[in-house]
Design a binder for this molecule. Structure first.
Ligand code: ADE
Ligand code: ZN
Length: 340
């Protein structure tokens, strides 16, 4: 049950977030402001109108990708990309997110002819301002659009070379069915040589074969979603033994896929798989506080499990481990307060 204490824990606990896409997370207020500034006509002109539109038009991953591209079309100039990251930082601060790994899905911008440098300069300036103004540490994961031809994805990775001081990881997202991750083996080999941390969306829409391949062919150190791992006991053992983080998003899964009432996160954690939770794309599925609340209300998670998830989001992050001492101190303090 979501008691007042649980709600306070979710709100006040310092949290990391390992899986959120900048382009899919443009806040409603920001999308409308940028649309006006850039004279982009959207099929809505209020914040509730945008949310209503999303709710009626995004029932599965393919529909989501259409919506994602539509709303992202409000970004044209460097200052637009800056504003999006800055406003996301403000939202992170409100939720006591201290460390956030953001997928930057540049290919969604490239397909509209926006030069890479425009996007990257805006994002990087936003990241610096977020640290200065809100004290939130942002880390970027560059996302391959796996529905694009492999040569294009390989070129994208090579083009990250001048941005290695701002990008720490490589990821892969967009539609999963028909685009198995092995298509992009070469892109991941190059990313590995460039020193990038490797993760990939797998087992969200596709099956556990795609998770095996992400681990063993691409050499991923993390899996985004990974829900379908639950179908293969050997894979569950492998993930647990190798301490591979599943960066899960239960609210997102429920919105985009017919998910059983009991989400796989519960049995996966019970079998020793390390998980964290994230929002994925907040305007579509709700923010990180909402994600944690769902774990309590829908899956009956207790206080200690929520604390474990938040700790995992830092311990198994790309570079947020330095936040652990302060996190542990916060938890000691919290536990010393009387329970109600
Ligand atoms: N891009 C943004 N959100 C995504 C998701 N849930 N699955 C695949 N690609 C995405
Ligand atoms: Zn995602």
């Amino acid at each position: 049950m979501l008691t007042e204490r649980m709600e306070r824990l979710i709100r006040e606990m310092p949290k990391g977030e390992n899986h959120i896409h900048i382009e899919g997370s443009i806040p409603t207020r920001t999308a409308l402001r940028l649309a006006k500034r850039n004279k982009i006509v959207l099929p809505f002109d209020t914040e509730t109108g945008m949310l209503d539109y999303i709710h009626t038009h995004c029932g599965n991953l393919d529909m989501f990708m259409v919506c994602d591209r539509l709303i992202n079309s409000v970004c044209l100039h460097e200052e637009d990309y800056y504003d999006v990251v800055y406003d996301l930082g403000e939202d992170a601060k409100r939720q006591n997110i201290i460390y956030q790994e953001l997928h930057l899905d540049y290919p969604l911008n490239e397909e509209r002819g926006i030069p890479m440098d425009v996007v990257m300069r805006g994002y990087e300036a936003g990241r610096k301002a977020v640290l200065k103004d809100f004290g939130v540490e942002l880390v970027f994961i560059a996302g391959i659009d796996r529905s694009q031809p492999p040569e294009k994805c390989t070129a994208f990775v090579k083009n990250l070379e001048p941005y290695l001081d701002m990008v720490d990881g490589i990821g892969m997202d967009c539609e999963e069915i028909s685009y198995p991750c092995i298509l992009h083996k070469e892109a991941y080999e190059i990313a590995g040589k460039m020193g990038l941390f490797k993760t990939a969306h797998a087992g969200e829409e596709g099956d556990c074969r795609n998770i095996w391949d992400a681990l063993n062919v691409l050499g991923c150190q993390r899996i985004d979603h990974g829900v379908r791992a639950i179908d293969d006991p050997a894979l569950v053992r492998e993930l647990a033994d190798r301490k591979i983080l599943l960066a899960m998003c239960t609210r997102s899964n429920r919105r985009l896929f017919p998910t059983p009432a009991d989400h796989a996160i519960k049995p996966l954690m019970a079998q020793g798989v390390i998980c964290s939770v994230s929002s994925d794309d907040p305007p579509y599925v709700g923010d990180l506080l909402w994600e944690y609340q769902g774990l309590v209300e829908d899956l009956g998670f207790d206080e200690d499990t929520l604390i474990t998830l938040a700790r995992n989001s830092l311990e198994y992050s790309i570079k947020g481990q330095h936040h652990l001492p302060a996190f542990d101190e916060w938890v000691r303090n919290w536990k010393s307060q009387s329970t109600d």
